[in-house]
Design a protein. Structure first.
Length: 171
């Protein structure tokens, strides 16, 4: 019997930190997880204040501007997404549940989206302290009948969580 201790394969590790998202195109839902370098309070604030405009951008494709939010249940939020060609897409919705700093539920609608159209989705964020900062779980629902939008948005959620991690880790 060996006296060396093997690290439990289920324990958190650097390789498990990478954002991951998967879509259930038939069920119309996306589930994403990421370890984000920052406290639950920092992550919550980065997603619900005009701080969004500092980090939620896809260089060469789009950036966000004009963030507005009334952070309370039934409060409205909106943001303008400016595309690289100068066109704009408006996203908006309302906050459904606010459990600062551990949970946020909100709706989202785009005025125009190539795959999603103006379909409303509901996003649930959960924030748990973790060895690396905060474990973020995202559930984005409302894609039934729009499987291309679900798969495309899953890919974007991985990028978004990576941008948020890079932003908060640098602070």
């Amino acid at each position: 019997m060996s006296t060396t201790t093997n690290k439990d394969f289920r324990a958190p590790s650097e390789s498990k930190r990478a954002p991951k998202a998967v879509a259930d195109g038939i069920g119309g839902m996306i589930l994403g997880v990421a370890e984000i370098g920052g406290t639950p309070e920092q992550v919550f604030n980065a997603l619900t204040t005009d701080e969004v405009t500092k980090w939620w951008k896809y260089p060469g494709f789009y950036f966000q501007k004009d963030w507005k939010a009334d952070l309370r249940p039934c409060g409205q939020w909106s943001v303008t997404v400016e595309l690289a060609d100068g066109n704009e897409v408006h996203a908006f919705g309302e906050f459904c549940e606010i459990g600062y700093p551990n949970k946020l539920v909100m709706t989202r609608i785009f005025d125009k989206h190539p795959f999603q159209g103006s379909r409303e989705t509901t996003i649930t964020y959960r924030f748990e302290p973790s060895p690396y900062g905060t474990l973020v779980t995202i559930r984005d629902e409302g894609f039934i009948g729009r499987s291309q939008a679900a798969y495309g948005n899953a890919d974007i959620w991985e990028k978004v969580m990576g941008w948020l991690d890079a932003y908060l880790s640098a602070k």
